[in-house]
Design a protein around this ligand. Structure first.
Ligand SMILES: O=C(O)c1cc(=O)[nH]c(=O)n1[C@@H]1O[C@H](COP(=O)(O)O)[C@@H](O)[C@H]1O
Length: 274
């Protein structure tokens, strides 16, 4: 579905739906009852420009607004049925609890994919893979500076002594990816690491957050993460997320038009082949 959306929409842009009440347009500022209205307007303004949407569950749950997230998922389905929805929840727990998280993501919210921490091991990931056609994006090399603390550590007892994020990439390309449901999260702020991950995991989709507000450069991350040759063979898709730079492009009544303009700019930078 992701590849179809990328090619069909000619887009690698994922708009992140991270609505923060204090940053809503002036007329709704501070009103957590307007998260749905705000996000729905952003979706309406960008539906033809994106290859995915990524709602972040914390922005809804923190305001007791899960019902608004459910409505938003339904709205995206109707407005942009061709666009996959990645629920950003970064779950990770023992199998029996993971079953409940998987049910939440795929049955309650109807997401197409989720973000997931691999920290607790394969048995914490496996319950998500029982949903045919659904995807998981494992955190691999995250965009935040603290990602170094663990992800850039060397694993002495694994052949070749890879860094932890390299090992995660190899697992997602190989033994953990039993039915082609796995992707990886790699931060736009680390283009060299994106290149390394692409080397180790040539066919899996990469979700790359961190352009826009975190300073990652759109064209650079595509060069690092996407491969294509003259015979039409390509790497796995590259899905580049931008949230705040698009959501808050304007705080006035023109917020949706401004979001569209920013999404158009970012989409163009992510599709250098024209
Ligand atoms: O899993 C993610 O989506 C994620 C991983 C990561 O390494 N860095 C990262 O910023 N994210 C998410 O991507 C979004 C980035 O938002 P902006 O910085 O506003 O574009 C937020 O929802 C983050 O939670």
């Amino acid at each position: 579905m992701l590849l179809r959306a990328e090619l069909g929409q000619r887009s690698r842009l994922c708009v992140g739906l991270d609505p923060e009440p204090s940053r809503l347009p002036a007329r709704w500022r501070g009103d957590a009852a307007r998260l749905y209205d705000f996000c729905a307007a952003i979706v309406d303004a960008t539906a033809d420009l994106v290859c995915a949407y990524k709602p972040q569950i914390a922005y809804f749950a923190a305001h007791r607004a899960e019902d608004q997230l459910e409505r938003l998922m339904a709205h995206i389905r109707v407005t942009a049925p061709q666009v996959p929805i990645i629920l950003d929840a970064k779950r990770g727990d023992i199998g029996s609890t993971a079953e409940q998280y998987a049910k939440e993501a795929f049955e309650r919210y109807g997401a197409d994919a989720v973000t997931l921490s691999p920290f607790m091991g394969f048995d914490s990931v496996e319950p998500y893979l029982r949903y045919p056609g659904k995807g998981v994006f494992l955190l691999c090399r995250t965009s935040n500076p603290g990602g170094d603390d663990l992800q850039a550590r060397r694993l002495a007892d694994v052949p070749g002594q890879p860094l932890l994020y390299e090992h995660i990439a190899a697992l997602a390309q190989g033994p953990w990816n039993r039915n082609g449901q796995m992707g990886l999260v790699v931060g736009a702020t680390y283009p060299q690491e994106i290149e390394r991950v692409r080397e180790l995991a040539p066919t899996v989709p990469l979700l790359i957050p961190g352009v826009g507000a975190q300073g990652g450069d759109a064209a650079t991350v595509v060069r690092a993460g996407w491969r294509g040759d003259a015979d039409g063979r390509t790497s796995g898709p590259v899905v580049v997320n931008s949230s705040r730079a698009i959501l808050y492009a304007s705080s006035g009544d023109d917020f949706a038009a401004a979001a569209r303009a920013e999404a158009e700019r970012t989409r163009a930078a992510l599709w250098p082949q024209g």
